[in-house]
Design a binder for this molecule. Sequence first.
Ligand code: TRH
Length: 379
Amino acid sequence: MKWDIFCSVVDNYGDIGVTWRLARQLASEQGAAVRLWVDDLAAFAAICPQADPAAEQQVVLGVEVRHWPRDWQAAEPADVVIEAFACELPPAYVAAMAARAQKVLWLNLEYLSAEDWVEGCHGLPSLQSNGLQKFFFFPGFTAGSGGLLREGDLLARREAFQADDAAVWQFLQTLGVTPVAGARRISLFAYENAALASWLGALAADAQPTQLLVPEGRIVAELQRWLGVTAIKAGDCVQRGQLQVQVLPFMRQEQYDLLLWSCDFNAVRGEDSFLRAQWAGQPLLWHIYQQAEGAHWDKLDAFLDLYIEGLSAEAGAVLRALWHAWNAGEDMAPGWAAVQQVWPELAEHSQRWALERASQADLATALVQFYRNWLSYAA
Ligand code: TRH
């Protein structure tokens, strides 16, 4: 079973983050021979530093990673071709797909969304001008969707890690973090956000101490402004009231997962970190990727509608208010105070949510199943 996955890095790390996880899982769990074509190897090397950003071709953790050059060089198409997030395949490659004696399954992997229409569109074919069919594959949170990226042993590994204080401590030490006794540990990964100052203010004034861990990235400039410092870099640690802020280096993707597992609360963004925070089984705060004409608000509320099922009306409303304030750049103080009142319920719910979603077939398994079904139909 040969797979080609094409990833065009639009901005940030979500496109490469998702396709890299998928490629690895298809190779390690599904026995697939995977080529991952990436047009921006520097973004790849940021989440996977053992990769060589200058190599046209390399094998990393069982995946053949290829630079996707502007001037496309002919390559034999695989059995299954995934274009991630509607990136446009090289026309010569598409022509080769059409000319291949053995049929090729062509899939467009879409962005993750909890919106209702996803189930209705998942798996639909679209006839292309060259006679090929392209299928739309939608990841999602419900049974009628393509499922969520989740390695087979993910929850077991996470549970074992979280149950082992020494492992958590040891991991944090590798990042240069010394846990603060009695403090709530929070990770922060977000886009620029006008709500940050009010949240930091609330944390600094809180009765309980907080240790805030911030991988270097787009939020750091606002962090500096609030702290009143001109430059803050990885390794720096600053105390304001009850809040200790530590900036961390941007880390390898596997380490970032461990960071999420090591925290009591995770502020995440985009698509991949958002999902990984759910698998961490801890309460989370989502900074959604902004879309034109505010289209992201429907996406945010669709997720919340699903996520708060099973929570009390009060806890659901509190969570929604907090997420809305964060995404609207509004005052976080009232929402953060309200969240403290329902914290145990939110914490328990986060565990349950992860377990329930894990009962669904994962995305890689669903893709392989889709291919098998297609084969029996195409034969
Ligand atoms: O980087 P993002 O903002 O990506 C976004 C979204 O995917 C969005 O949907 C898309 O349209 C846009 O890009 C173009 O956030 P996301 O999806 O969480 O991806 C971040 C990746 O970076 C994820 O795989 C985790 C990884 N990461 C590390 O490997 N190390 C780190 O230190 C951190 C903070 C993240």
